[in-house]
Ligand binder design. Structure first.
Ligand SMILES: *Cc1c(COP(=O)(O)O)cnc(C)c1O
Length: 226
């Protein structure tokens, strides 16, 4: 029999619980973000109906097309932006999202700070770290992290909740998760957004407080259009 998104959600939650217990962590600390990018409203509804409330999208435009109607139907949803943000989308992002995991340069931080003041909204903010120092990947270089977080907290007056990373595909994720966890401790930041379908249990063992899981819940995504 084919598994449903509800079955798969239950499976992922059970695995998170087991991984946390095995690592001696409190499972309640780990929040599962169901990444619904590329999936349409009818695909998302069953997961909400199954009781899940935390969702992630990686594009502002796509989220804007899908989530306002869902928010009207379900009052207590939490929507997280996990993909890169352009400063011209800061207004929509601050309006739509409860958390932004991808703050990674001064221009973005400034634009988000301005919009937060203008809209009187306070999404939770995380700084993305490019732990693998990959040229094509978003995120602050590890050696610049302290200065950048300080800039956000000081001159911009932003509360930074934690750090996020996406490890290089061809490297052992655990090394990157350990590195990010150490950096968060040194910077005195509580939240750690790390781990995807392939490696969320590893991330939990290294102290993730948010795991971002898409295909393990919603199924394989169609390949991106050229
Ligand atoms: C798509 C995406 C995920 C989820 O990926 P899966 O492998 O489908 O779990 C997590 N984080 C980010 C930043 C993403 O873009």
């Amino acid at each position: 029999m084919m598994s449903t998104p509800q079955d798969r959600l239950g499976e992922v939650l059970a695995r998170i619980d087991a991984a946390a217990r095995e690592a001696g962590c409190d499972p309640a600390v780990v929040k599962l973000i169901a990444v619904s990018k590329t999936f349409a409203v009818p695909d998302i509804v069953p997961v909400i109906e199954a009781g899940h409330r935390w969702f992630g999208e990686n594009r502002v435009q796509e989220a804007k097309a899908k989530w306002p109607e869902l928010r009207q139907r379900y009052a207590d949803l939490e929507l997280h932006l996990i993909g890169p943000l352009q400063s011209n989308k800061a207004r929509d992002a601050v309006q739509l999202f409860d958390a932004i995991h991808s703050i990674d340069r001064p221009r973005i931080a400034q634009a988000v700070a301005e919009e937060m003041a203008r809209q009187n909204r306070r999404p939770k903010l995380l700084v993305q770290i490019n732990t693998g120092e990959e040229p094509q990947k978003a995120g602050v270089k590890p050696q610049d992290a302290r200065e950048f977080v300080g800039y956000c907290q000081g001159p911009l007056g932003l509360e930074i909740a934690g750090l996020m990373c996406i490890p290089p595909v061809d490297e052992e994720a655990g090394v990157h998760f350990a590195f990010l966890a150490k950096m968060a401790r040194e910077l005195d930041l509580a939240e750690l957004s790390m781990g995807m379908s392939a490696d969320y249990e590893t991330a939990v063992q290294f102290g993730a407080t948010y795991v971002r899981v898409g295909s393990a819940i919603f199924g394989e995504r169609p390949p991106p259009r050229p």
